[in-house]
Design a protein around this ligand. Structure first.
Ligand code: NAD
Length: 484
């Protein structure tokens, strides 16, 4: 029997910690609706312990060489890979995502992040600026205590994407997982400590939004990185602004996927499937507005409906299952509401969209055709398996329509014309873009949004800018000339 109940609710100061005074959060397995664990929200005492532990540990951690810090992160990456099977099972219990996905996209992605930033830690340097005889040198210094706040769709990955660059730069990390998925981040903290991370540098505390809000208010916290929705982003950004704190905002999207009629049909359909139905559509960068050029639209919709017959639902722990439930009853209600709205506003439901009458939060992936730009399903982030096909005629028209949104997280183009591919991508207002592909997120590439989809970048060398700051030191070599 797989143990889903963690040893305790929180991980603080290098060990599990409990405080039963905190309100209970039930952890529900989305595939069955059953309660599989219970954790307590972090009380003010737990929050204080986490912040104090982080603050106390950070100074010595920053004093180590980058090579020493990196070695620990890389060791943690190896442990994560060795335990990929059990970590993937836990991720599946936490989120409901099928093991077929979690075994290749979660602990593995977290391990990539630890390995990448572990490798980068030793090469973080300042620069030397010669000014005649005098000179300036810069020191790349950590920010201090960094708070990460996670969404529920990728609990292991989000914890690692925030902790790895923070730790590599010499910061301490406090992570608050989403209340929907509290289990996985605890394992990340446990593994980092097993790899040799000194106590206090990776803390995980549970709670709903109020716990996150209270962490941000604390003057000892220097930075907050949020993965969540735009409305939450507004609140967190404003709270960080009160204390003039550093922020990274990884928020929502309504990304366009543009398919020209010269595209390879199978690849374009495959791309649209990856852009809409992976993780049951609960991916921030999903290309949910699928603009298909007039000449290809009918064939595209027919082939897409055909390929959706390959969806296999069932026990998400079974490796042959390729489509899981939604994360919660609440998310199911939200997504079902959008499907009903789509029908009401006149879009044609080609297939799916219906709730499956069984325990857990199951629905069939939905494809809507004849969607127009003004429909609710083409404007709002749904965060579920609902794909909208919108027809377009020419390039200039589709670029304008694709950009007509307050979001700017991702965008994709399918075409065999390489000049057009680059020309179109250059004009799409989005942070993470794809040509003849969709939703790849290698750690080596910057990830993040423009417009209301976010501020800052995760992954890649770009993340270093968001977890460190420069100190300039002017060095005068000669006499000081003062006016009196
Ligand atoms: P959410 O905004 O409801 O919650 C995100 C996190 O913020 C949770 O941990 C929540 O407890 C916390 N929170 C809520 N109110 C808060 C407050 N006032 N102060 C501090 N913390 C607070 O998002 P969700 O429903 O968990 O996740 C879905 C959303 O996340 C979608 O919009 C999706 O697009 C987005 N997302 C973005 C990315 C990205 O990298 N850009 C990745 C995954 C998900």
């Amino acid at each position: 029997m797989f143990e889903t109940q963690p040893k305790a609710s929180h991980f603080v100061g290098g060990a599990y910690m409990e405080d039963r005074d905190g309100e209970i959060i039930d952890v529900i397995y989305p595939a069955t609706g059953e309660i599989i664990a219970r954790v307590h929200e972090a009380t003010p005492a737990v929050q204080e312990a986490a912040i104090a532990a982080a603050e106390a540990a950070q100074v010595q951690w920053a004093a180590l060489s980058g090579t020493e810090r990196g070695r620990i992160l890389r060791r943690a990456a190896d442990i994560m890979r060795d335990r990929n099977h059990e970590l993937s099972q836990l991720e599946t219990f936490d989120t409901g995502k099928p093991y077929q996905e979690t075994s290749v996209a979660d602990a593995t992605s977290g391990a990539d992040s630890l390995e990448y930033f572990g490798g980068l830690a030793a090469s973080l340097t300042g620069e030397h600026i010669q000014l005649g005889e005098d000179w300036v040198y810069t020191r790349r210094e950590p920010l201090g205590v960094c708070v990460g706040i996670g969404a529920w769709n990728y609990p292991t990955q989000i914890a690692c994407w925030k902790a790895a660059p923070a730790l590599a730069c010499g910061n301490a990390s406090i992570f608050k997982p989403s209340e929907e998925t509290p289990l996985c981040a605890l394992k990340v903290a446990e593994i980092l400590v097993e790899a040799g991370l000194p106590p206090g540098l990776m803390n995980v505390i549970q709670g709903r939004g109020a716990v996150g809000a209270s962490l941000i208010r604390d003057p000892r916290v220097d930075k907050v990185s949020l993965t969540g929705s735009v409305p939450t982003g507004r609140k967190v950004y404003a709270a960080a602004a009160e204390g003039i704190k550093h922020v990274t905002m990884e928020l929502g999207g309504k990304s366009p996927l543009v398919i020209f009629d010269d595209a390879n049909l199978e690849d374009a359909v495959g791309g649209a499937i990856l852009a809409n139905f992976y993780s049951s559509g609960q991916v921030c960068s999903n290309g949910t507005r699928v603009f298909v050029q007039k000449g290809l639209r009918e064939a595209f919709v027919a082939r897409l409906a055909e390929r959706l017959k390959g969806v296999v639902m069932g026990d998400p722990q079974d490796p042959s299952v390729n489509f899981g439930p939604l994360v919660s009853a609440r998310q199911m209600d939200i997504v079902q509401g959008f499907v009903a709205q789509g029908v009401k506003e006149g879009a044609r439901l080609v297939c799916g969209g219906d709730r499956i009458d069984q325990p857990g939060f199951w629905m069939r992936p939905a494809v809507f055709d004849n969607v127009t730009d003004d429909m609710t399903i083409a404007r709002d982030e749904i965060f579920g398996p609902v794909l909208s096909v919108l027809e377009f005629e020419d390039e200039a028209d589709v670029i304008a329509r694709a950009n007509a949104t307050e979001f700017g997280l991702a965008a994709g183009v399918f075409t065999r014309d390489i000049s057009r591919a680059h020309r179109v991508i250059a004009q799409l207002k989005a942070g993470s873009c794809f040509i003849n592909s969709y939703n790849d997120a290698p750690v080596e590439a910057p990830f993040g949004g423009s417009k209301q989809s976010g501020v800052g970048r995760e992954n890649s060398k770009a993340a270093i800018e968001h977890y460190s700051q420069l100190k300039s030191v002017y060095v005068r070599m000669g006499a000081v000339e003062a006016p009196f």
